[in-house]
Design a protein around this ligand. Structure first.
Ligand code: SPD
Length: 377
């Protein structure tokens, strides 16, 4: 009996050992991926964008007081370098051609619309531009950029005729250009803007048509008027035409109001008028191209905020003689300037002005016909 008990205990012990060995070999849970030692994840330091130390401003010539760059650099350490263009088409072609490196550009109204539609502009971070509050209400929702999502209106003005008072009669009509009198003193001593849309706008307005017509017959008539004008012109010029008037080399010029008023500092006989048929009104804007780096964009937005300050806004108008869209800046401007009808035209003149607008596919017709005008003898 004792032997049996011992035998039974031994059998039970062996069975128990076997069962426990089996239990260890049978997986009881889904296989787990092999665990490897992970390096301790280090928290990425919050990389706050720092403004670029230098930005390039692609602007019209003589459109900003260089002293403004000095003041901005003193305050922020950011240097602004300026490069110039002479027409919206030149600016557009340059950027469409792949030019990068510009942090700020100054397209006019219709060109802003074209650039937004082609995703060429970076949306503004308005939190970085608190001085936006200084913009006059009527410049906040313009058709080409409602809510100033992409651009800040910079200056606005008109296109008409400048002339040397006392040497020629006040030009009442665009006929001085498009049906010129070969015996008039200004014949051969006039310039027109080297600018397809501005030149066609002047001719179309003279002919009584819409400055943005897409009608090919009307465009052809305007082209013929522009070709007629050529005989009386000393050239096409958008950069130095006011200086040629100031020096007396020319007696009349198609151009932008502020440029003529600026040149009055050199020659007080320069006068400006908008012919009876009407003229062009425009708003130039400072915008940031879509190609900027975050650092350039931040520096560009700091500059936008700077030029929207009331004192700097006034400095801009005091330098270039164009009207400001900055309401707060008006308090720093002379009453004489704010009441000058050549800068702020009265309503009866405003009623005769047209904006140049995008014309879609017809843009190519304007450019082709402009090339034909320039190539004509
Ligand atoms: N000298 C600066 C002149 C700027 C004129 N820009 C106006 C363009 C309107 N088409």
């Amino acid at each position: 009996m004792k032997r049996y008990t011992l035998l039974l205990l031994s059998v039970l012990l062996v069975l128990g050992l076997l069962l426990s060995a089996c239990a260890k070999a049978t997986p009881t849970a889904a296989p787990q991926p092999e665990k490897t030692e992970q390096p301790q994840a280090t928290e990425a330091p919050a990389t706050e964008v720092q403004p670029a130390k230098e930005i390039v401003f692609y602007n019209w010539s003589e459109y900003i007081d260089p002293e403004i760059y000095t003041l901005f650099e003193k305050e922020t350490g950011i240097k602004v370098v300026e490069d110039n263009f002479s027409s919206n088409e030149e600016l557009l072609a340059k950027l469409q051609g792949g030019a990068t490196g510009y942090a700020l550009i100054v397209p006019s109204d219709y060109t802003v619309k074209i650039m937004i539609d082609q995703n060429m502009l970076a949306p503004l971070d308005q939190d970085k531009i608190p001085n936006l509050k200084n913009l006059a209400e009527r410049f906040r929702n313009l058709y080409y950029d409602p809510g100033n999502k992409y651009c800040i209106p910079y200056q606005w003005g008109t296109t008409g005729i400048g002339y040397l008072d006392g040497q020629v009669d006040k030009p009442e009509s665009w006929s001085v250009l498009f049906d010129p009198d070969p015996n008039a003193p200004y014949y051969g001593r006039m310039t027109m803007l080297d600018d397809a849309r501005e030149a066609f706008a002047a001719a179309l307005i003279y002919l009584g048509y819409d400055a943005n017509t897409t009608d090919e017959k009307q465009l052809e008539e305007a082209k013929q008027a522009l070709i007629r004008a050529k005989a009386a012109l000393s050239g096409y010029d958008s950069d130095t035409y006011e200086d040629l008037l100031a020096s007396g080399e020319n007696l009349m010029a198609h151009g932008w109001n502020g440029d003529f008023l600026q040149a009055q500092e050199e020659n007080e006989n320069i006068a400006y008028t908008i012919p009876k048929e009407g003229g062009v009104i425009w708003v130039d804007n400072v915008c940031i191209p879509a190609t900027v780096t975050p650092e350039q964009k931040l520096a560009a937005e700091m500059f936008l905020d700077f030029i929207l300050r009331p004192d700097i806004g006034a400095m801009i108008s005091e330098f270039n003689y164009y009207a400001t869209p900055n309401k707060a800046a008006e308090a720093n401007l002379d009453a004489d300037f704010l009441n000058d009808p050549a800068v702020y035209p009265p309503q009866k003149v405003l009623d005769r002005l047209q904006f140049i607008k995008p014309v879609g596919d017809a843009e190519a017709n304007y450019q082709r016909m402009w090339d034909e005008v320039k190539a004509a003898p």
